[in-house]
Design a protein around this ligand. Structure first.
Ligand code: SF4
Length: 89
């Protein structure tokens, strides 16, 4: 299974976490694989989260970490379901 990273950084600045505060957004090439793991530490924390989700092809997507459930809403849930997300942690 291939892995991909769309963003780096998180604004939350939890005192036990090493993640940088500055958010960097990448534009990675999407692998052809049917199942892909997303490595972002806090994907929904980035200002382009919805835009990135909309641009994804339908596959079996999985977040390794990186979903702050406080930032989830019905629209994002529907979008993830439409794009084929199978694991959200
Ligand atoms: S990535 Fe998670 S643990 Fe780290 S600062 Fe952000 S919310 Fe906190």
């Amino acid at each position: 299974m291939k892995q991909i990273q769309f963003t780096k950084g998180c604004m939350n600045n939890c005192n036990y976490c090493y993640e940088q505060q500055k958010i960097i957004i990448y534009d990675p090439k999407i692998p052809e694989d049917k199942e892909i793991q997303i490595l972002d530490m806090n994907f929904l924390n980035n200002p382009k989260a919805k835009e990135i989700l909309r641009s994804l092809p339908k596959k079996k997507w999985e977040f390794i970490c990186g979903v702050d459930f406080r930032l989830l809403n019905q629209e994002l849930c529907n979008l993830m379901k439409k794009k084929g997300f199978i694991k959200i942690r």
